[in-house]
Design a protein around this ligand. Structure first.
Ligand code: BTN
Length: 264
């Protein structure tokens, strides 16, 4: 069994085997949010491939304006700056891509295996193990960057009361801690490979991979989008990466965003 390790930027940088990401890798003991920091770096001249990692976040951000529990030294909190030369409508594929990379990396360390809930929640034993927050940002030159923010619960052995029934960690599920640094290297490796593939195969390529890692299809779900709640059966992702749902009345609808709850 590997022991938990402190994060070491030099060790991470020298063990990276990536092509498009990792040109620069910075590790911070503490920052408010690695996503916010990456946006600032981009506006101040950083280029594609920047990786920021924090041991702890004081204002970690989740989707839907929620906060992300970012306890010291037990999780992975990272943001990667991508500047893809792609039409804006394909950028949503980056968030599916990040989910695929996270689940592939996690499953090298975790038994039982993690799975994906659309668009990019990482679940383990029905609880939330990780999440992805992608944000776009413009720099003064007018380029659009995408900050891919990833949070993974790795070595937590407990959670605050309000998260206890919905969140889990690899440690809690496996019964022992794992090497965060090894998981980060695997994550960056898979992110780099998936990004290279995505630039060639686009959304159809990534939706096919994403679909191999989900237990959603065929399940009853509720999707909340703004003030609307839709119940139905999750069928598949369409060619744009939208979630296709069949309602009890037999109608088929596709959604480009929303929050899904799976009914057990
Ligand atoms: C979610 O709500 O599921 C997305 C959570 C994303 C959290 C990560 S942690 C690193 C990066 N920095 C942030 O402030 N948020 C993301």
């Amino acid at each position: 069994m590997s022991e938990p390790s402190m994060l070491d930027a030099a060790v991470l940088q020298s063990n990276l085997d990536s092509i498009l990401i990792g040109e620069k890798l910075l590790v911070f003991q503490e920052t408010a949010s690695t996503n916010d920091l990456a946006k600032t770096y981009f506006q101040e001249g950083a280029v594609q491939g920047l990786i920021l990692i924090a041991d702890r976040q004081t204002d970690g951000k989740g989707r839907f304006g929620r906060s992300w529990h970012s306890e010291s030294e037990v999780g992975i909190y990272t943001s990667i700056l991508l500047v893809p030369d792609l039409p804006v409508e394909t950028l949503s594929g980056l968030s599916l891509l990040a989910g695929v990379a996270v689940v592939t990396a996690v499953n090298e360390f975790s038994h039982p295996n993690a799975s994906l809930k659309w668009p990019n929640d990482i679940l383990l034993n029905g609880k939330k193990l990780g999440g992805v927050l992608c944000e776009t940002v413009r720099n003064p030159q007018g380029q659009t960057g995408v900050v891919v923010g990833i949070g993974i619960n790795v070595n937590h052995n407990s959670f605050p009361e309000k998260l206890r029934s919905i969140a889990t960690s690899i440690h809690l599920e496996m019964g022992h801690p794992i090497d965060r640094q090894a998981l980060i290297l695997s994550l960056l490796h898979h992110l780099d490979r998936e990004y290279q593939d995505f630039l060639i195969t686009g959304i159809p390529g990534i939706t096919a991979k994403w679909s191999q890692h989900t237990k959603m299809f065929g399940s009853s779900i509720t999707l909340i989008k703004g003030k609307t709640r839709i119940h139905g059966t999750a069928l598949q992702l369409d060619e744009k990466g939208n979630l296709v749902i069949r309602t009890p009345e037999g109608n088929t609808m596709a959604f480009d965003s929303g929050e899904v709850t799976m009914e057990s």
